[in-house]
Design a protein around this ligand. Structure first.
Ligand SMILES: [Fe+2]
Length: 310
């Protein structure tokens, strides 16, 4: 596959209740790198092996959750070509000039049928992963990989209505594949859809919720299942609230831990999972096997999965 169009989940702006506590969690404990604080007090973070300036933005306010999520696209021409296609799908597209979002080129912004604000951008300042681009070696200097040893932002799971319409937008307009789907065993209606625009098992997923615009979790990629175990050690050491400790998802086959930031936003560390190719049919799970689909090592679907969102 020649990966063009939407490249990856490139940025999330997360609302936090207390910036000092959020910093301690995301920077001191998890090991993300703080690259900037802007004049409005927004804090910009990146994982070590990301090349762009930042991937996570924290904004302090009185309600936890997600302000927006953004995908990076291949180039500006891609952005120009996508705007009329998104409008033809039926969504109003707002053009945001370059510089409104720091270190970033112009953006397209629109509201998904699930109620989430999504953005697309083609340009963001590249600051690299500290190793350079000529004879870079294989590992950065001591101290660059730290905390939970997070390589990069991986995916986001969003809760809302109209998840089939969201899937249609991603598959028909953005050329994503539906890698997996969870359906109600009786009615066959969609309960969760998993969408990939790459060889990852998913880049974004939607879970059915009675209210739109909800944030289920942001997931960070670790290099190995062993790193997931080591992250679990630190989660325990620092008394970070755990939703589901080390397990393997049936969907995606990724190793996982779900835990919460101090504001109640769910985080995940994720490793392994299969390689997706666009010629592989969609994998369908139904609610008769929902425990295995969610957490394959103990086959228990936690009610919190459907009930705890920000
Ligand atoms: Fe996840």
């Amino acid at each position: 596959m020649a990966l063009r169009g939407l490249l990856r989940l490139g940025e999330l702006r997360i609302r936090v209740l207390d910036m000092a506590q959020a910093r301690k969690h995301y920077v001191d404990r998890m090991g993300l790198h703080e690259v900037m604080e802007d004049a409005d007090g927004l804090v910009y973070l990146k994982a070590w092996d990301e090349h762009d300036h930042h991937s996570i933005v924290l904004r302090e306010t009185d309600r936890a959750g997600l302000d927006y999520f953004a995908f990076k696209v291949y180039d500006d021409a891609t952005l120009t070509a996508l705007a009329p296609k998104i409008e033809a799908f039926g969504l109003a597209v707002k053009e945001v000039p370059a510089g409104v979002y720091p270190k970033s080129g112009r953006r397209l912004e629109f509201v998904l049928p699930s109620g989430h604000i999504m953005q697309l951008y083609a340009e963001k300042e590249v600051i690299g992963n500290t190793m350079g681009y000529h004879n870079p070696g294989v590992t950065p200097d001591e101290g660059v990989v730290r905390g939970f040893r997070i390589n990069r932002l991986d995916h986001v799971l969003l809760g809302g209505l109209n998840i089939d319409e969201c899937a249609r937008l991603f598959t028909e307009v953005f050329d994503f594949d539906m890698s997996e789907k969870i359906v109600d065993a009786e009615t066959k209606s969609s309960m969760a859809v998993f969408l990939t625009g790459s060889t990852k098992p998913h880049d974004v997923a939607f879970v059915m919720q009675p209210e739109g615009g909800r944030f289920h979790h942001v997931s960070f990629f670790l290099e190995s299942a062993n790193d997931v175990i080591k992250a679990a050690d630190l989660i325990g050491k620092y008394r970070i609230p755990v939703d589901v400790s080390v397990n393997r998802h049936g969907v995606t086959r990724g190793m996982t831990i779900y835990f919460f930031d101090p504001s109640g936003n769910r985080n995940e560390v994720f490793a392994e999972g299969y390689v997706h190719y666009p010629d592989v049919p969609t994998i369908v799970w139904d609610t008769d096997d929902i425990g295995h689909a969610g957490f394959s090592q103990d086959n228990v679907m936690r009610p919190s999965f459907y009930e705890v969102l920000t």
